[in-house]
Design a protein. Structure first.
Length: 291
């Protein structure tokens, strides 16, 4: 009998009626701000947003890498207060008079605080000088328009002029349809200037993040002297369904993942976000010592 008296109750049962009565009697309603919790798309757990941000947008349970915007990426990678932006005020025109394109660009600018889908500049990583370009999927899915191509081209030319290594973080849905052929021309333009960088013996590191598809994958994302990728990044050209319908074959699971491409020799290494800055610093240091 004494054992029963001191025994702890494992659960407390509360009826629905008592919960309704308590809610009706209380003048104070619970308030949970929107965006406080985020569900991980991989392990499906609820994550407290502030904890996720402190962990560089990596799920603490399964290691899933959430997408980062370009400013967050620069804060993660670059030494504090070392970044100097290039061509920050360059904006898109409407070369083929695509209806509603100016309004779309204006909406994206207000939403993201950016002029275009890439930020370029120079700075230091572990005190090692580098030119860096960071694409942003929040601005029209990082699509490659004329300004994106021009800003990256100018950044590569700056790297040649200053004799510095180059890092490009890619994320993109591919060419920007609102600019037609002008968008596709950026593939050739950037590839040509990267060839000049190579002829100068300068290092180009490509860091592929989720997602990188279309013309970006078909050109400068895959031209790096060293190609790194974040875990589980989607990397490809066309969509899986389009490819299967074209070749009339079933494709293997995960064939457009960073891990699949690493296994088949298209990527040199997969680097988690917590190790990315040190990895880049070490590569830049080794390159500087052997020049």
């Amino acid at each position: 009998m004494l054992n029963e008296f001191f025994k702890r109750t494992k659960y407390i049962t509360v009826s629905q009626e008592s919960l309704r009565n308590a809610a009706e009697d209380s003048d104070v309603k619970p308030f949970i701000p929107n965006g406080m919790w985020i569900k991980c798309s991989k392990c499906k757990r609820a994550l407290y947003k502030k904890d996720l941000d402190r962990n560089n947008k990596v799920c603490q349970y399964c290691g899933h890498h959430f997408r980062m915007n370009s400013k967050e990426r620069l804060e993660l990678i670059m030494d504090k207060d070392s970044f100097e932006e290039f061509d920050g005020n360059m904006e898109s025109a409407n070369p083929i008079a695509f209806k509603g394109y100016e309004e779309k660009i204006d909406t994206m600018s207000k939403k993201t605080g950016m002029k275009e889908a890439v930020i370029t500049g120079k700075g230091t990583i572990g005190d090692m000088q580098t030119v860096i370009c960071v694409m942003d999927s929040n601005f029209m899915m990082g699509s490659m328009g004329s300004v994106v191509g021009e800003k990256i081209t100018r950044a590569v030319e700056k790297a040649i002029e200053m004799h510095l290594p180059l890092i490009i973080f890619t994320t993109s849905g591919g060419a920007r349809m609102q600019e037609g052929i002008f968008s596709l021309m950026q593939m050739a333009k950037i590839s040509a200037v990267l060839n000049k960088l190579n002829n100068e013996g300068l290092l180009y590191i490509s860091v592929i993040t989720d997602p990188t598809t279309g013309g970006v994958t078909a050109s400068f994302a895959m031209l790096g002297d060293i190609i790194l990728a974040e875990p589980n990044a989607l990397i490809g050209f066309a969509g899986k369904r389009v490819i299967e319908q074209t070749i009339r074959q079933k494709l293997p699971d995960g064939f457009q993942s960073a891990e699949f491409l690493l296994h088949h020799g298209f990527v040199d290494s997969i680097v988690s976000r917590e190790n990315l800055k040190n990895t880049l610093k070490n590569i830049l240091f080794i390159h500087a010592r052997n020049r």
